[in-house]
Design a protein around this ligand. Structure first.
Ligand code: F6R
Length: 365
């Protein structure tokens, strides 16, 4: 049931405060602000690395997870799209644990990776939204996403809830491996716990500005998305979401890669969407924005209050989000990215919930 919303995708975007709250409720013990998760006192204490595979949006969630596992837990992560992962002949050691991410739990390539890793004797865990799915049944451990049913073909709430699970697991891994203190864990968990409120606040405030912008984007033939750090996978997610439902060609790039090729595309017709919270990468990304501005590119900046104040540059449009801790920024910055794709598709007049050529669950390799 879509309720008062025009599309399932819109409803699912607005479901996120509740969905994230359900997810967090499963992974957090609020009485002591600690993460409760399988693997905390077992796998995470003795693995040497993690191997993540997934497809599409779930893969991009995994890529953000990689930054977290490496930063908070100093746990190295191998990651690839599932359709490449098992053909790379990665030299596994027994100290590798394999993690799969899938909304449906039925994606053929991801399932094939799970079976491949089991054959190689790896411990397996699956972050899945569908508890009765094949991937959930066949993996040693299930980490439920608890986003609730997702009907729109373009993944929205399953993505942010996957991120919430991965953030919680990275913190648990950090504690298990001694890279985070008890106090640090409690602080990070308190930040995670703020998400439902901040998501609600952002969803209630950014819509008018996003609609204005989407009306312009709907007329464009191509869009570039840039980001650095965890905003890089998010830039790729923004591009994926935009192209799959509005059919506008979009590409996500690491901001620093701009000058290695895509800068040739920049002219006054090229919108460049930059995701740049005021984090430790901000100044670097700001200088990439200068490069775009110097060539007449139209910058659409998604930043926070600090970033908006720090930037001395004219943008075509700036979307300003509240200042939030680094660990929740990817979930918060997902919201404008999802809404931009959604409203652009509505203006373009496409079938938002059922985009052409796509299926919700891809059960062929
Ligand atoms: C994009 C999208 C797809 C899926 C991908 C994996 O919006 O929904 O890219 O993320 O097909 O699907 P699951 O997560 O079901 O394995």
């Amino acid at each position: 049931d879509k309720g008062n919303y025009r599309h399932f995708m819109e409803k699912e975007i607005y479901d996120q405060p509740e969905a994230i709250s359900d997810t967090l409720g499963h992974y957090i013990n609020f009485s002591d602000n600690q993460v409760v998760a399988a693997w905390r006192d077992t796998v995470f204490t003795n693995v040497q690395s993690l191997a993540i595979s997934a497809c599409g949006t779930a893969y991009l969630a995994g890529l953000i997870g990689k930054y977290w596992f490496e930063h908070y837990a100093r746990l190295p992560v191998e990651i690839d799209v599932a359709s490449e992962f098992r053909y790379r002949e990665i030299p596994f050691s027994p100290q590798v644990a394999a993690l799969f991410i899938s909304q449906s739990g039925e994606t053929a390539d991801t399932l094939a990776c799970l079976r491949y890793c089991k054959e190689h004797g790896l411990k397996t865990g699956a972050v899945v939204n569908t508890p009765e799915s094949t991937i959930a049944r066949e993996s040693d451990t299930v980490f439920p996403i608890l986003a609730g049913p997702e009907i729109g073909v373009a993944s929205t709430k399953a993505f942010t809830c996957q991120l919430a699970v991965l953030a919680a697991l990275a913190v648990a891994a950090g504690r298990a491996r001694g890279t985070l203190t008890e106090k640090e864990e409690q602080t990070l968990v308190a930040r995670l716990a703020e998400m439902p409120r901040v998501i609600g606040q952002v969803l209630n405030s950014i819509q008018p500005r996003i609609e204005l912008l989407s009306r312009e984007l709907a007329k464009c033939r191509a869009v570039l998305y840039l980001g650095r750090g965890t905003s890089f996978p998010l830039a790729m997610e923004g591009a994926l979401k935009l192209k799959e439902i509005s059919y506008i060609h979009a590409q996500g790039y690491a901001a620093g890669e701009l000058k290695h090729g895509p800068i040739a595309l920049i002219d006054e017709n090229m919108p460049v969407i930059v995701i740049a919270p005021h984090d430790r990468f901000f100044d670097k990304t700001a200088s990439n924005m200068q490069e775009v501005a110097a060539r007449g590119g139209r910058i659409i900046l998604i930043t926070d209050e600090k970033g908006a104040r720090a930037l001395k540059l004219d943008t075509m449009q700036t979307i300003v989000l509240p200042n939030v801790d680094e660990i929740i920024a990817p979930m918060i910055f997902s919201l404008p990215v999802q809404l931009l794709a959604y409203h652009t598709a509505v203006f373009a007049g496409t079938d938002v919930d059922q985009p052409r050529n796509l299926a919700k669950s891809v059960t062929v390799e």
